[in-house]
Design a protein around this ligand. Sequence first.
Ligand code: PSU
Ligand code: MN
Length: 313
Amino acid sequence: MKKFKQYLKINEEVRHALEQKKPVVALESTIISHGLPYPENLNTATEMERLIREKGAVPATIGVIEGQLKVGLTKEELYFFATDKSIIKASRRDLPYLTSQKLHGATTVASTMIIAEMAEIKVFATGGIGGVHRGAERSFDISADLQELAKTSVAVVCAGAKSILDIGLTLEYLETHGVPVIGFNTSAFPAFHTRESGYNVNFSAQTPKEISRLMRDKWLMNLIGGIVVANPIPAKSAMDPKVMNEGIHNAIKKAEVEGVTGKELTPFLLAELKELTHGKSLKANIDLVYNNGKLGAEIAVEFAKLRESEDHE
Ligand code: PSU
Ligand code: MN
């Protein structure tokens, strides 16, 4: 048995699906504990699971409870992540601390990818990825999500990256590390609340099936690492880029004045942005997460079909 398995706790439904090679979609818990306010966070997490099931895949929300790496959460556990204020945001560096001290942690994109890979889940749907922060040449603040995409073989379906980040540098970083960025029915790299960022994706795909083939080829060729599937926010939910940019500018200024850095910075900017846009960004955020959940499930379904047909060859 692989030694890391002792840390993993995969729930019955997910374990069954994985054994049967059925489609499974991983989901993160930082978005629940630190990305959205209560009760919207709980409703979103619950509805996300429902949407994924509706598309014929099994949702696997990931988080750390009492030092166990949990894959697939119960209703009570979702509630716990949505309401407990002591849960820390846990990225790669935090995992061994949590397991050795038997603590709780909400997993980021990076740590969710790690745990998904341990469980052999290949598709993960979320809101937005972390990236290179504006001013990173001074702060060195580059999200561990990018390093994870460089080395962990999971496809991450997201609505791009928020423009609280330097999107140009984020894309350069991904290019350096050989991470394909695929636009779903778009040539523009989306900026979370808006469908465009002023930057382009590397490639675009029109169907979930095309994306599943790219995943298969990348990993069959042993090109280890992740894939970013950039799925723009639905047009009806998208926000005005002018309003967003102004909000972002003010949020970053405030963070500088208050000296917010490190892992606190992303949640701080997100909360500020919500204030500044009077909750409109919250609705956009939830809509794009659902949109990603649905696409993630469709990709997982196609990927499972591909694997099945290969098993018969
Ligand atoms: N971007 C969002 N919402 C989020 C996050 C990012 O729009 O909730 C979370 C994700 O969990 C992501 C993490 O992995 O923040 C990145 O944090 P940092 O920049 O500290 O690496
Ligand atoms: Mn950071």
